[in-house]
Design a protein around this ligand. Structure first.
Ligand code: ACO
Length: 328
């Protein structure tokens, strides 16, 4: 009996950014009006961020997710009705419940397939991709839509200059298809709940009221130190699992939080800086959306081509981290 192995391939990518773009200069002016002092120099030197996009009132994560999904479906040559699984990675859902994935499903006009959200903050997309890959390989799905979508502007404290300059809104999506040939070749996920407090939105809704602080809080230096170490070790894990060397990675797409974290990871893996896909300068940190946004940019501008090996790496609140190694 011949057993044909099922694999997962990326059939198409897409992304969406809200039209309202704020350069550092725009944000510096806006913050100064409220007595908060920062500068383009500080933001660029410490983070590499030059601009971010923010949604207008009334636009939710599902709206960005649907735009990104439509672009990914078009790139894959796939109709929304062909989708038999939708996973949305988000920490800024439209509602407490139902899932943003259910809202996306309704907006795409499809019914019946399983849909759910994954909440792993900035690692959400690599978590969602790993789950979708497992469901495709075991035959639970043939064509999956995996989306990272965030409206972090809704949870920023614009009086805290240490965090409000770092984040932006956006969405990225991929269409995954079952295939005889490998696409996703290895995945690696981790979490360490001892670090819940270093990056969190501690508030919650209870009895019709907000209990606790509903805005993003971060110990930036603690996040920085943890991030560099775990990204390197997770990269080595997926490479070792497939018997590959770091120099066989054509493109490294880490979570776009801070250019210094990304460059430090590339240096530790001895990857030349040209192989790093960087969008943090133009998008800021869009949490679960940052990896699929950067992936879509590099696919559409022709950097990522068939035959290339791409390493996606997430790291974020929880503390969570992980990698997905993909042959395109
Ligand atoms: N403008 C000007 N000065 C500022 C600003 C600002 N926007 N923010 C902080 N400062 C000041 C501080 O007040 C402090 O001043 P002081 O020395 O007079 O007290 C000084 O700059 C240094 O502050 P630090 O917080 O120590 O600055 P640091 O060099 O650590 O940079 C940063 C801060 C950029 C947040 C850095 O720690 C970092 O990038 N950490 C990782 C954060 C990250 O990647 N988070 C996301 C990952 S997970 C996720 O995406 C959800």
């Amino acid at each position: 009996m011949t057993v044909t192995a099922r694999h997962t391939r990326i059939a198409g990518t897409g992304s969406a950014l809200p039209p309202r773009r704020l350069s550092n200069a725009d944000l510096v002016r806006q913050l100064a009006a409220d007595g908060i002092e920062t500068s383009d120099e500080w933001i660029v030197e410490r983070t590499g961020i030059r601009a971010r996009h923010f949604v207008d009132a009334g636009v939710n994560a599902s709206d960005l997710a649907v735009q990104a999904a439509r672009h990914a479906l078009e790139a894959a040559g796939c109709a929304a009705e062909d989708i038999d699984l939708i996973i949305v990675a988000t920490s800024t859902p439209d509602m407490v419940f139902p899932s943003t994935a259910a809202i996306v499903q309704r907006k795409l006009g499809v019914q019946g397939c399983p849909v759910f959200d994954v909440q792993a903050v900035c690692s959400g997309f690599v978590y969602a991709l790993t789950v979708a890959d497992a469901m495709i390989r075991t035959g639970s799905a043939d064509t999956a839509l995996v989306i990272g979508a965030e409206v972090f502007s809704r949870i920023l404290d614009f009086k805290d200059r240490g965090t409000c300059v770092l984040f932006g809104d956006g969405a990225g999506a991929v269409v995954l298809r079952a295939s005889d040939t490998p696409g996703i070749v290895a995945t690696d996920l981790h979490a360490d709940g001892r670090h819940v407090d270093i990056l969190c939105v501690p508030g919650t809704v209870s009895g019709g009221q907000i209990l606790g602080d509903p805005l993003l809080r971060m110990d930036g230096q603690a996040v920085f130190k943890l991030a560099v170490g775990v990204l390197e070790s997770s990269a080595r894990t997926v490479l070792e699992r497939t018997g590959r060397r770091p120099d066989q990675v054509d493109w490294l797409i880490p979570h776009q939080a801070n250019i210094r974290i990304m460059q430090a990871t590339a240096r530790k893996l001895k990857l030349p800086p040209e192989r790093l896909v960087v969008t943090v300068d133009a998008h800021g940190n869009t949490s679960a959306a940052s990896i699929p946004l950067a992936l879509d940019v590099a696919v559409r501008d022709g950097r990522i081509r068939e035959g290339h090996t791409v390493l996606l790496q997430g790291v974020g609140g929880g503390f969570t981290w992980g990698s997905v190694l993909i042959d395109f």
